[in-house]
Design a protein around this ligand. Structure first.
Ligand code: HEC
Ligand code: HEC
Ligand code: HEC
Ligand code: HEC
Ligand code: HEC
Length: 344
C-alpha cells in the first residue's frame, strides 16, 4: 500500500514538521470542535454523520447506505409507521443514545437513521473500543472495549435475535466460544481511526496507533456464501429423485430477522446452467418469519423436478443453491451452493 512520506518519518522528525505549521495549528485549535458533542434538544440540532466523516473517512463510507443508515428513510418503515405517525416505532430506528438506560428517539438528523452519535456519543464524549492515541483529539474519547465488541450492543435493538443467540451460547457444549454478532457481521480491517485528507491532517494521523478493528458495512450482501452458515446434505432417492436436508448452523434463526419478512428458497438447476438467481419454480423452503429454522434445526424434503419444472434426469448432477429473498427488496442473497451427486 502507498504510504504518505510523513508516515515513514521517525516520530521526532514528525514533531519538528508538525511545529513548522504553527499557523495551521493555531487555526485548527481556534476554529473549535465543540459542535461534535453539542446536542440541543430544544433547537433539534446535533452532530451529523458528515461532521464525523471529515476525519473518520472510512467509517463514514462504510456506514453510508448501510441498512442502519436507511433505518428511517426506508420506504417500508415509512409505510409501516403511517408516515412516522406511530411514535412507538422510533426509538430503535432513530435512537438518541444506545448506551443510555432507556432508548429514546433523537431530534436531529432523522434521515440518518441509526447514526454515528447513536452508538458513540454519551455524556459529551465519544465512546469506542480504544483510548485516544492521537496528538490532538478534537473531542473527548472514552474506551469501553467490552461494550463495543460484544453482542449486547446489537441486542439493544435486535432483541429477539439476541435472545436466540444467548440461548445458543448457553446450550453450546464445545470449548470454542460461539462468535459475537460483530465477528460475523462486521469484517476485520486494520487501520488508524482517522484518515488524512490534506497535508496537515495526514501529519496528525501519522501519530495515531493502527488497530485491528471491524468494518461498519453491516449488510446482508457481505454474507454471501458465509462459511459454515448452513449445511446441505443430498442423498439419491429411487425414481429419479433427490433427498435434500438443510441444517441451520447459525447461532440465530434462519432467516435471522424478527421484523423483516424473508423467505428461504432452494434453487436446483442442471449443473452447467448459467446462474439464474431465482427461476420461477424455485422451491420455497421457509416462507414466513414466524416459522424459521432454529439454531441446529433442519428441514428435509424430496425433489423430483428442477427449478424450471422439468423432471430430474438420471445420470445428471445438479447445482443446488440456497437463496434468501427479503420481501420488498429486489436483490436476493446466495447463502450456500453445492453440487449434487448423479441422480439414480
Ligand atoms: C426494539 C427495537 C425496535 C422497535 C421498537 C421497532 N423496530 Fe422495526 N426493526 C428493528 C430491527 C432490529 C429491525 C431489522 C432486523 C430484523 O428484521 O430483525 C427492524 C426492521 C423493521 C422493518 C423492516 C425493514 C426492512 O428492511 O425490511 C420495518 C418495516 C420495521 N422495522 C417497522 C417497525 C414498526 C412499524 C415499528 C413500530 C410498530 C418498529 N419497527 C419498531 C427494531 C425495532
Ligand atoms: C477533526 C477530526 C475528527 C472529527 C471531526 C471527529 N473525530 Fe472522532 N476521533 C478523532 C481522533 C483524532 C480520535 C483519536 C484516534 C486515535 O487515538 O487513534 C478520534 C476517536 C474517536 C473514537 C474512538 C475510536 C476508537 O478506536 O475507539 C470514536 C468512537 C469517534 N472518534 C467517533 C466520532 C464521531 C461519532 C464523530 C462525529 C460526531 C467524530 N468522532 C468526529 C478525530 C475526529
Ligand atoms: C439502534 C438499534 C440497532 C442497533 C444497536 C443495531 N441494529 Fe441492526 N438494525 C436495526 C434496524 C432498525 C434495522 C433495519 C433497518 C432497515 O432496513 O430499515 C437493522 C438492520 C440490521 C441488519 C439487516 C441488514 C439487511 O440488509 O437486511 C443486520 C444484519 C443488522 N442490523 C445487524 C446488526 C449488528 C450486527 C449490530 C451490532 C453490531 C446491530 N445491527 C446493531 C437496529 C439496530
Ligand atoms: C456465525 C455467524 C453469525 C453470527 C454470530 C450472527 N449472525 Fe446474523 N446472520 C448471519 C448470516 C450468515 C445471516 C444470513 C442468513 C439469515 O438471514 O439468517 C445473518 C442474518 C442476520 C440478520 C438478517 C436477517 C434477514 O432475514 O434479513 C440479522 C438482523 C442478524 N443476522 C443479526 C444478528 C445479530 C443481532 C447477531 C448477534 C446476536 C448475529 N446476527 C449473529 C451470520 C451470523
Ligand atoms: C450500530 C452502531 C454503530 C453505528 C451506527 C456506528 N458505529 Fe462506529 N463502531 C461500532 C462498533 C460495534 C464498533 C467496534 C468495532 C470493532 O470491534 O472494531 C465501532 C467502532 C468505531 C470506531 C473505532 C474503530 C475504527 O474503525 O477505527 C470509530 C472511529 C467509529 N466506530 C466511528 C463511527 C462513525 C464515524 C460512525 C458514523 C459514520 C459510526 N461509527 C457509526 C458501532 C457503530
Amino acid at each position: 500500500m502507498h504510504k504518505h512520506f510523513l508516515c515513514t518519518q521517525p516520530k521526532s522528525t514528525r514533531y519538528i514538521l508538525l511545529f513548522s505549521f504553527p499557523i495551521l495549528l493555531l487555526f485548527q485549535g481556534c476554529s473549535g470542535f465543540s459542535h461534535l458533542t453539542a446536542v440541543d434538544r430544544q433547537a433539534g440540532t446535533g452532530p451529523g454523520a458528515t461532521d464525523c466523516g471529515s476525519c473518520h473517512v472510512d467509517q463514514f463510507r462504510e456506514w453510508h447506505g448501510s441498512a442502519h443508515n436507511l433505518a428511517y428513510s426506508d420506504p417500508l418503515f415509512r409505510k409501516a409507521t403511517d408516515n412516522y405517525e406511530d411514535e412507538s416505532c422510533l426509538a430503535c430506528h432513530i435512537p438518541e443514545n444506545i448506551r443510555s438506560d432507556e432508548l429514546t428517539p433523537r431530534h436531529y438528523s432523522l434521515a440518518e437513521g441509526i447514526t454515528c452519535t447513536s452508538c458513540h456519543l454519551d455524556a459529551n464524549a465519544m465512546h469506542g473500543p480504544h483510548d485516544s492515541s492521537a496528538l490532538i483529539t478534537p473531542h473527548p474519547v472514552k474506551a469501553d472495549p467490552a461494550f463495543y465488541t460484544s453482542s449486547g450492543l446489537c441486542g439493544v435493538c435486535h432483541e429477539e435475535t439476541f435472545s436466540t443467540w444467548e440461548k445458543s451460547v448457553s446450550a453450546h457444549k464445545d470449548n470454542t466460544p460461539l462468535p459475537q454478532c460483530q465477528e460475523c457481521h462486521m469484517a476485520k480491517v486494520t487501520r488508524t481511526s482517522t484518515r488524512g485528507t490534506n497535508m496537515f491532517s495526514k501529519l496528525l494521523v501519522s501519530f495515531e496507533d493502527t488497530h485491528e478493528v471491524r468494518s461498519h458495512t453491516i449488510d446482508l450482501a457481505t454474507l454471501t456464501n458465509f462459511p459454515g452458515a448452513v449445511r446441505i446434505d443430498t442423498t439419491r432417492a429411487p425414481y429419479n429423485q433427490l433427498q435434500i436436508r438443510i441444517t441451520n448452523q447459525l447461532p440465530h434463526n434462519l432467516p435471522g430477522g424478527e421484523y423483516t419478512e424473508s423467505s428461504l428458497m432452494l434453487v436446483l438447476l442442471p449443473k452447467h446452467t448459467v446462474n439464474m438467481p431465482l427461476p420461477p419454480s424455485a422451491t420455497l423452503l421457509v416462507s414466513d418469519t414466524d416459522n424459521p429454522l432454529q439454531p441446529g434445526g433442519s428441514k428435509r424434503f424430496t425433489l423430483s423436478q428442477d427449478s424450471f419444472g422439468k423432471p430430474l434426469h438420471q445420470g445428471t448432477s445438479y447445482s443446488l443453491q440456497l437463496v434468501l429473498k427479503q420481501t420488498g427488496r429486489a436483490t436476493a442473497l446466495q447463502l450456500a451452493r453445492t453440487t449434487t451427486g448423479k441422480v439414480q
